[in-house]
Write a protein that binds this ligand. Sequence first.
Ligand SMILES: [Zn+2]
Length: 290
Amino acid sequence: MARYRRQILGLDESFWAKAARAAVFRPLLDHQPAVKAELGNVRRQYADLQRLWLGRLDELKKVKWQPPGFEFLRECPPFGVRGRWASYPCSRSLICPFCYGRRVIDLYMRFEQAVYKTHQKRVEQAGAIHTIEPTPCKLVEVTAWQSWEQTKPPGLILHSLRGMRRIVVDAVPRRAAALLIQLYPMNGQWQMSRRHLIMVDPETAVPKAYEEAGLFVTEHTNVTRNVIVKAVSSVFQYPKAMMLGPADEVAQILQASSKFRCFSFFAASNRQPKVVEADPSRVEKNLSGL
Ligand SMILES: [Zn+2]
């Protein structure tokens, strides 16, 4: 095994790093809620995460999941900290907790950009972080769960989602939206969750069709950076079963989803949601098919 060298020298105190740490640490490290984000604690948490990750890679290797550059995955650098390491991100964000954290950072920044019309990094550089007011809006979490028998190949399940990606986000006039599709093993079945975060105007009502279709809806109002952190880290939590579930089933999912785009971001849509306006029954029909 290659010698693992990295040094964490400082903590990134930004909102995006907080969002990513909450999304990855909370489901994977049990002691996280009681631990303050201080350098010593966060170093320990990264070390724990690294141990979990190396253990997962060993198990995946045993079940013959060894994509090109497999050894490289062991060296994937952390997110949300400053430091020294001699490796590049592996980009396997479906399973790598570090690259997953980087995806969450990207999603956080996109929402911050949509709410503040700029993001923290640029404002900090200009030395005026607190002078920009957020756009009045609300953030709506919409989540759906579904499970299948494991006799159905995971590739077919993912394939069946093609063309359904936009149904939920197009049902409401949005300012921005993101979707994450997660497939993972759960109690001997394939479980899929589709997680959306949608930014809408404060007066926009959540379509009734969501709840009628059995989707789980939570609204966040008075949106500030802390609210974006809360919403992003809750919607886009790392799927624990990918790290701790049966390795052979996880390997099948990784194999099937290697070319599947699980994260999507949707910019503002100025069009009225034609399905809801023109024919409310149609969106219900569409949603009920999900
Ligand atoms: Zn990685």
